[in-house]
Design a protein. Structure first.
Length: 262
């Protein structure tokens, strides 16, 4: 670089320094840390886990044994979790009390056989999109009876909304969903060698009581028919899964099945 260019550069640089010192400097905005997702932004179902509380009770006069497994969500004190736990606990305790009142209360102090018994179990059939679908299986025996008894109850709980779902919640207003479900179940049951047409047809008619035990599953709505409802005792309870393809035109597009049945 020649002498003229060096001097020119120095003069030009000095001018910039002088000019810069005359211009007010606006402080640069402080860097903000990237916001971390709050606990509320994480779905509640992702913050909890399903645990089991086991119980056992025995008595000698009359002789009996009560066993059970109660589902319980752990990992959060959210009021929706508390409500879920209260519902499952109450369901179990109500059935145990029914056994006390309607079986044990009529038993003699001296056992006829090995005594009476009652057992409560559950199965998690579906958990996704905030929905927890559980089926409760109850079995019992009254001392001296010819055979034990079995029945079921179901719970479909929307944990994000904090409420248990009704079958009606799944479908569009005024949709004739019971008729569709009933027709599918009757067709399916009639193909089974269970004696359905031996006087059990009314157990699958399109009335709410017949479809009280239902669960959301990955493949469709599972209907559980207790023993004696659609078949003789010897055949046992029956389940039918009504595929979502049969129900799609009836599903509420803003309801809890919208994501499940896609």
């Amino acid at each position: 670089m020649d002498t003229f260019s060096r001097i020119t550069g120095m003069v030009f640089g000095l001018a910039i320094v002088i000019l810069g010192s005359c211009i007010p400097i606006t402080p640069a905005p402080a860097a903000t840390a990237k916001a971390k997702p709050t606990q509320d932004a994480i779905p509640l179902s992702s913050r909890v886990s399903l645990t089991t509380v086991s119980m056992r009770e025995e008595g000698a006069s009359p002789r009996y044994i009560i066993t059970g497994q109660i589902p319980r969500l752990a990992g959060s004190e959210d009021e929706r979790v508390i409500d879920f736990n209260n519902k499952t606990e109450k369901m179990m305790q109500d059935e145990i009390q029914y056994f006390r009142d309607n079986v044990l209360a009529h038993m003699s102090a001296a056992p006829i056989t090995s005594g009476s018994s009652f057992d409560a179990q559950y199965t998690l059939l579906y958990q996704n999109n905030g929905i927890w679908a559980l089926k409760f299986n109850f079995s019992g025996y009254a001392d001296g009876a010819a055979h034990p008894f079995h029945y079921s109850k179901t719970l479909n709980y929307d944990l994000e909304q904090g409420r248990d779902l009704l079958l009606d919640d799944l479908f569009a207003a005024d949709a004739a969903y019971l008729k569709t479900i009933s027709s599918f179940c009757i067709a399916e049951l009639s193909r089974r060698d269970i004696g359905f047409y031996g006087g059990f047809e009314q157990g699958a008619e399109p009335v709410e009581e017949n479809y009280r035990n239902w669960n959301i599953t990955l493949d469709g709505i599972m209907i559980t028919f207790d023993e004696y409802q659609v078949a003789p005792y010897a055949v046992g309870p029956q389940t039918v899964i009504v595929p979502y393809s049969e129900l799609k035109p009836l599903i509420n597009p803003k309801g809890p099945l919208a994501l499940v049945a896609r």
